[in-house]
Write a protein that binds this ligand. Sequence first.
Ligand SMILES: Cc1cc2nc3c(=O)[nH]c(=O)nc-3n(C[C@H](O)[C@H](O)[C@H](O)COP(=O)(O)OP(=O)(O)OC[C@H]3O[C@@H](n4cnc5c(N)ncnc54)[C@H](O)[C@@H]3O)c2cc1C
Length: 427
Amino acid sequence: MANNGMVFDYDAIVVGAGAAGIAATGALCAAGLKVTCVEAASRIGGRAHTDTAIFGVPFDTGAHWLHNEHTNALKAPGLALGLNLYRAPQNGVTHGLKDDSVLWDEFDRLYDAIRQAAKADADTDTEHTTGRPTDRALSDLVLPTTPWSYTAVSMLALSIARDLPDTSLRDIATWEGGDDFFCREGFGHLVARTAEGLAIRLSTPVTGIECLPSGVRVKTGAGEITARAVIVTASVGVLAEDVIRFDPPLEADRRAAFELVTMGDYNHVALLFRPGAVPVPPDTWLTYQLQPDDMGIARGGGFLCNISGTNLTCFETSGSFSRALQAAGPDTAIDHGIETLSGIFGSAIRRDFLKGHATAWRHEPFVRGSYAGAMPGGHSQRKVLGRAHAERIHFAGEASHVGQQCSVSGAHLEGLRAARDVIARLR
Ligand SMILES: Cc1cc2nc3c(=O)[nH]c(=O)nc-3n(C[C@H](O)[C@H](O)[C@H](O)COP(=O)(O)OP(=O)(O)OC[C@H]3O[C@@H](n4cnc5c(N)ncnc54)[C@H](O)[C@@H]3O)c2cc1C
């Protein structure tokens, strides 16, 4: 690969083999470019990973829902691969309510308040003239009014992985809604299947990226490689903490964006029971009445029960509660999940408990959180995160998509966008 007299190892290097990196690598290869993808971890998939070793059945340690099936970029590839994709059943159960319309009415009321406030803000938007964001914290308008408000709020918080005071109204209002799908083999399995045939080097952490006169030098734990361009798909958690040193250093406005679009916390406490122990149909979403703490933040989560007809149930937590459970350690998290289920189905469920596993995404060295949410005033910063640096260093990932942020589909679409940018540049 010669360019301006320099010889490069590759046309392009992709850093990270999560959803964004896999999509980018595939698109660059399809365009006939010489590409390699370097991944720090010993497996591909990043935050989309299906484990089958822990429980003997598919367990998505990260992403599980194919959100917004009508625009989800992974649905068509999954179907083309012959995987078993199906619509997520609408079969919620709310412990303590015979008629759970009370909860769902409250949920709809909160969502309406968000939509109306976002519209009102947009109608009086002065950001383009003043440069100051017109945005607010979700907690300013999502005010609890019924005993079920905190449960409704917690379902909202699950999709944003943070507490309401730390969440931008605009960011939530731009999120594309719609029905979800599940993949019986696991969402992580689906993502991994889309990587088949791609050149990916595992266990190869990138420590530095240096711009050369007409290309880049990428320093890895296994030596240096060069290319005409690079796409970096590491999370904002990894980038903000300088795991990768850039030369020239990252611009001030990108560093400022790292302060406003930050990694949240979302975790699964997976619980395997004997058959029939959790007496609800497959894929039931089970909730219960949550109470706020002194700070007004709901403590608790929800359960996705008997996932895809297996005996695996996941306790889902988000925000500061999820962070506290991670800090307390897996045994405490697992016990909290079982204790909560005992309160719902009776203490006999403990006897039927076989095995548990709690994720702790904040502690994963090459992720450092769950997904990137915008602080109040931070929504517009997603675009900054997707901009190229020093012309040849491109960025992609869930954090820079607007509309499908925080999702596998958004990461995939950002990977394709960055690949298009590189292809256009190298032509
Ligand atoms: C618990 C949890 C539940 C979730 N649930 C859903 C869901 O139901 N539906 C949904 O759509 N999304 C969900 N998400 C979000 C979704 O998983 C992510 O948005 C998406 O997978 C991110 O993809 P990515 O490619 O941007 O980043 P990543 O998946 O983080 O990929 C980046 C890759 O870069 C690698 N890397 C980092 N640093 C380096 C380095 N220095 N050198 C080399 N490689 C490096 C990492 O190891 C990683 O493999 C969930 C996430 C979590 C954590």
